[in-house]
Design a protein around this ligand. Structure first.
Ligand SMILES: O=P(O)(O)OC[C@H]1O[C@@H](O)[C@H](O)[C@@H](O)[C@@H]1O
Length: 302
């Protein structure tokens, strides 16, 4: 299911949702309702933009992002599934899993009573490489676009054996400058520091970004705020079903190597705060069990 006219016929909603081809082979759902605007690529069910009406963007998309079939998009909300980071034992398997670079199906879309719009994506079983993932399951991403953005990543184990599940909604947020922000909500949490070889450390106070930051905070379901004194706003990240929070800024050298961060200073205008189940918090999903990771993003003036 990826033919544009079929998608528009089956799931388009007058004055709320249409599907367009944003680049060759890249179909994007465009939502605009009384509350907000959003775009979501069918590849990866990758939310690219979200902006409440009359407010600033809540999601960062690199100005140099490439919309190319089979490549992850730099910015937005990549869906990392069914593992986060490197695969536990196979270094040749793709970082952050395979879900973010394959086409998802749209399985439902409907207006909500309060004028919000909901769209549901499903990862087709045919897009799960058997050699990397020999498990029977159903994976859906439910996205609700209102004044707040809500995303539910739902995994059902439809087989008869348990499997490990690592995952993240790897969200890029826009900031005025790394020097102007702090992240509140993780004081006292322990974290794995990827910059220093996965050492276990403890957070004291708010998080600031004076250099490269790549951390997996463990055993926390806390709401986090990105407090941005330069933009006079707070982005609130509420979540459930997620025991890890990843905080990432690549800083100058790593961003330059990636080549899709825009200008030399592109890294200064973004911050990833990812709601995850990673490292020690990887889940085991028993046969017949279902797990939902939910995030709710909103903007508030300071
Ligand atoms: O370039 P990618 O594969 O999208 O990954 C970006 C980053 O994603 C973060 O979640 C990881 O903690 C980083 O280590 C990684 O560099």
């Amino acid at each position: 299911m990826s033919d544009l006219s079929t998608l528009n016929q089956q799931f388009g909603i007058a004055e709320q949702l249409e599907f367009v081809e944003a680049a060759p082979g890249m179909i994007v759902a465009r939502i605009s309702n009384a509350h907000a605007e959003a775009t979501i690529a069918l590849q990866g069910a990758h939310l690219m933009t979200f902006k409440p009406k009359g407010e600033a963007d809540v999601i960062w998309m690199s100005p140099a992002a490439k919309l190319v079939v089979g490549k992850s998009i730099r910015g937005g909300v990549p869906v990392c599934w069914p593992w986060f980071g490197a695969h536990a034992s196979e270094s040749s398997f793709p970082a952050h899993g395979f879900a973010r670079t394959v086409g998802w199906n749209v399985v439902d879309a409907r207006p909500q009573p309060g004028g919000e719009t909901q769209i549901v994506f499903e990862l087709p079983a045919s897009a799960m490489p058997k050699a990397q993932w020999p498990h029977a399951c159903r994976v859906q991403l439910h996205i609700n676009v209102g004044v707040k953005l809500t995303m539910d990543l739902v995994t059902d184990n439809t087989g008869d054996t348990a499997f490990p599940l690592g995952e993240a909604l790897h969200t890029y947020f826009p900031i005025s400058d790394v020097d102007n922000v702090r992240i509140a909500g993780l004081d006292g949490c322990t974290y794995r520091d990827k910059v220093t070889g996965m050492d276990l450390k403890q957070q004291s106070g708010d998080i600031t970004i004076p250099s490269e930051v790549d951390r997996v905070y463990l055993d926390t379901e806390a709401t986090c705020d990105i407090v941005d004194n330069g933009a006079n706003r707070r982005i609130r990240i509420a979540k459930s079903g997620s025991r890890s929070t990843v905080v990432w800024n690549p800083w100058i050298e790593k961003a330059a190597k990636m080549g899709d961060f825009g200008s030399d200073t592109g890294y200064r205008t973004m911050l990833c705060v990812e709601s995850a189940n990673a490292v020690e918090n990887v889940l085991t999903l028993a046969a017949g069990e279902s797990h939902t990771l939910t995030v709710i993003y909103s903007n508030e003036a300071l």
